[in-house]
Structure formats: C-alpha cells, structure tokens
Design a protein around this ligand. Sequence first.
Ligand SMILES: [Zn+2]
Length: 60
Amino acid sequence: MSDEPTRPSEALQTRERGPAIGHVCEHAGCGKDAGWGFARPRQPSRWFCFEHRGEGERFL
Ligand SMILES: [Zn+2]
C-alpha cells in the first residue's frame, strides 16, 4: 500500500473541511459548518450541520 498518504491526519482534515463550506448551522447555539441545505422555491435556504440536519426537513 505505497499509495497511502504519508500524513493521514492531514488528509482527514482536508476531507472534513470540504472544498466549499460557507454556511453555518442555524440551530441555536450550534454554529458548526453546515453541510446540509434545505430550500423551497422563493424561500431562502436553511442550513444545518450533520447533527441538526433533521431540523431542516420541516422547511421542505
Ligand atoms: Zn448544528
């Protein structure tokens, strides 16, 4: 397995941050990076993190 990264921790960090995360979870007091977006036509998008993504489903 010579193709494995020499510094696995660095590779993991890059993957968790993602390339284009610009939203913050809307759950009160959370403030984590929000990877789940919920949107309806003519409504602003709502964004939640993995932990609180269930709350976004009420906006669909
Ligand atoms: Zn959250």
